[in-house]
Ligand binder design. Structure first.
Ligand code: 4NP
Length: 168
């Protein structure tokens, strides 16, 4: 998805990429949720955020209307985002590549170049208090599954922001 830039001065920017299968439901939601949180709570944090899919099913598409509706109810507008597929370059461009589930993580590890700048990990690593390690794919689910994506990505976004703010 198109990158969102938080305002910041000359400190080195932290670049974060959220990844799921389609870049259609979970990772655009994570991008929107984390972006909103940074804007509200750490507007001066020099962070660039983006999202991508391991697959190319939804390249160029706006996020799933069900994800857009669930996000809009929490004041988050995903309508301007457009799907894109991950590329080898992303491993050099980003500091963090955060996978929504273990399949995504495995697919990322399979295409990661030998020398990768990015730390590749599960997004839910940042919300251990939830007892959840994955953001489940809501594609075949109902409205409650899309709500759960919002809940889990919000919890992990809070943990990620706290971790970034603790960095020297
Ligand atoms: P996402 O969900 O990985 O959260 O974007 C999906 C979107 C599309 C498909 C599967 C999962 N699909 O099969 O097209």
């Amino acid at each position: 998805m198109k990158s969102h830039e938080a305002s910041g001065a000359s400190a080195p920017r932290i670049r974060i990429l959220f990844v799921c299968l389609g870049n259609y439901c979970r990772s655009p939601t994570a991008e929107g949720v984390f972006g909103q949180l940074v804007k509200a709570e750490a507007p001066d944090l020099p962070v660039d955020i983006d999202s991508a899919g391991t697959a190319d099913y939804h390249v160029g598409s706006a996020p799933d209307p069900r994800s857009q509706r669930a996000a809009r109810r929490r004041g988050i507008d995903l309508s301007g985002l457009r799907g894109r597929q991950i590329s080898a370059r992303d491993f050099a461009d980003f500091d963090f590549i955060l996978a929504m589930d273990r399949d995504n993580l495995r697919d990322l590890q399979a295409i990661a170049p030998e020398k990768s700048r990015a730390r590749v990990q599960l997004f839910m690593d940042y919300a251990p208090e939830t007892g959840r390690s994955e953001v489940p794919d809501p594609w075949n689910g109902d409205a409650a599954d899309f709500e759960e994506v919002l809940d889990l990505t919000t919890a992990a976004s809070r943990g990620l922001l706290a971790a970034l703010l603790k960095r020297p």
